[in-house]
Design a protein around this ligand. Structure first.
Ligand SMILES: Cc1cc2nc3c(=O)[nH]c(=O)nc-3n(C[C@H](O)[C@H](O)[C@H](O)COP(=O)(O)OP(=O)(O)OC[C@H]3O[C@@H](n4cnc5c(N)ncnc54)[C@H](O)[C@@H]3O)c2cc1C
Length: 393
């Protein structure tokens, strides 16, 4: 295992030191600079710095948890670019490929994910399939050696600059709606794929509608196997919630507590009323971080990971929204003119929706953790085709 000086001397060559006063970029809010991230990832992949636990051949360094932690702590001293554009590939697609991808798929896709040359997006949501994701209506039919996909996706973050889309489509309408779904790797440059960017209220245009009209996908470009799409989607969402509810700093790349320093520079931390409000947020953030650490430990001990991310995501989203409102208030009316403060504040509401809404996280906690009775379901045991015939999807 490398020591701290060795890692530091490597990173010094690639990245400037982090300026604690510099505004952070959160989940790509207000930041569409892909090239700066790509340059960092290209260099990082040569030494396995961005994905230390991955095998060397795919851009990692075969590291263990201790080495990954060490690298993480060194990187927190530096201005690491916002990894938002690359997050689907690194944090959501790669675990699927490691778990259930073929050798050929790992060779084709992992290295370009690690070095940033190929960006992935997540094409799950549709106009009638959001919280009730199993309603997905996009169809895929086999034609010789290829699948032909048609349908409409919406809220596809990173769509405008992605090379690949993780596209959930229906391959069998005779099954109940959760079954008969398959996860495809769709080439976003293929004929029949049209991406139309959507404008968000924080000024970003990260997400988009994607219209897919008879786009062709290779027979083997399936993630997790034909008919296994629901299981893959659930695994992806679990990783996504865990990432959003991260290690307590998941929503703040500056290490998690940079906002307190900033509040201090505004002279607010000496005032008892402001201190009280700040401390409430700080305590909740700490608790969220410990919850995330405990969840991570449970995962490493091999305990099922099905719903553990939901509580972490809920807490971190709450903290994020309270913290950005605090900073807006601390700056007063002038805050409206401070770009990063307003962008962060206006990004807040989306946190309660993306990766599954707050209400859905509470349903998961209620049903899967607390064992409360599930919601009544009229679609149980009924095939998708029959539901459609009855106008229920
Ligand atoms: C910034 C952002 C980025 C996103 N990125 C992506 C992406 O990259 N890929 C992708 O596929 N999707 C993405 N989404 C979509 C997101 O996953 C969906 O918006 C979300 O799952 C909710 O679905 P919906 O918008 O269809 O709302 P609906 O499902 O129509 O929900 C509407 C309201 O009803 C509530 N509700 C619905 N069902 C229940 C229930 N059973 N119990 C209690 N309340 C309920 C919801 O909580 C919500 O308040 C993104 C969304 C946002 C905001």
């Amino acid at each position: 295992m490398a020591d701290i000086d060795e890692i530091r001397s490597l990173v010094v060559g690639f990245l400037p030191r982090r300026d604690p006063e510099a505004p952070s970029s959160v989940l790509g809010a207000g930041n569409d600079d892909i090239e700066v991230g790509r340059t960092w990832l290209r260099r990082a992949a040569e030494h396995g710095l961005a994905v230390p636990k991955w095998p060397v051949e795919f851009g990692g360094r075969d590291g263990d948890g201790d080495e990954a932690d060490l690298i993480g702590s060194v990187l927190s001293e530096f201005a690491v670019p916002d990894m938002y554009p690359f997050a689907v590939g690194i944090s959501l697609v790669a675990p699927i490929l490691f778990d259930s991808g073929s050798e050929d798929q790992r060779r084709r896709w992992l290295r370009p994910i690690a070095d940033g040359s190929e960006i992935w997006c997540q094409m799950f949501s549709e106009p009638d399939a959001g919280s009730d994701l199993a309603n997905v209506a996009s169809r895929a039919e086999l034609d010789g050696d290829q699948w032909v996909i048609s349908g409409q996706k919406v809220w596809t973050s990173r769509g405008p600059y992605s090379r690949w889309g993780m596209c959930l489509s229906r391959t069998d309408t005779g099954q109940v709606k959760h079954r008969g779904l398959t996860m495809f790797a769709l080439d976003m440059q293929a004929e029949g794929v049209e991406v139309r960017p959507l404008h968000q209220m924080n000024g970003d245009t990260h997400f988009s509608e994607v219209f897919v009209d008879e786009a062709r996908v290779g027979r083997d470009d399936i993630l997790g196997g034909e008919g296994q799409g629901w299981g893959v989607a659930m695994a992806v969402l679990t990783h996504e919630r865990a990432g959003l509810g991260g290690s307590g700093g998941g929503l703040d790349p500056s290490g998690g507590y940079g906002w307190l320093d900033r509040l201090g520079t505004l002279g607010r931390t000496t005032d008892p009323v402001w201190r009280d409000r700040a401390m409430r947020i700080y305590v909740r953030q700490r608790v969220a971080a410990w919850t995330a650490t405990r969840r991570q430990a449970e995962v490493e001990m091999g305990r099922p990971d099905g719903s553990g991310g939901s509580g972490g995501k809920l807490r971190l989203v709450e903290v994020y929204k309270e913290r950005t409102a605090l900073m807006r208030d601390a700056l007063g009316p002038a805050g409206a003119l401070v770009d990063d403060t307003m962008v962060e504040f206006l990004t807040g509401p989306s946190m309660s929706i993306r990766g599954g809404t707050d209400e859905i996280q509470r349903n998961i906690i209620g049903e899967r953790i607390l064992g409360l009775p599930p919601e009544p379901r009229v679609d149980k045991g009924v095939s998708y085709a029959e539901l459609r015939r009855q106008g229920m999807v």
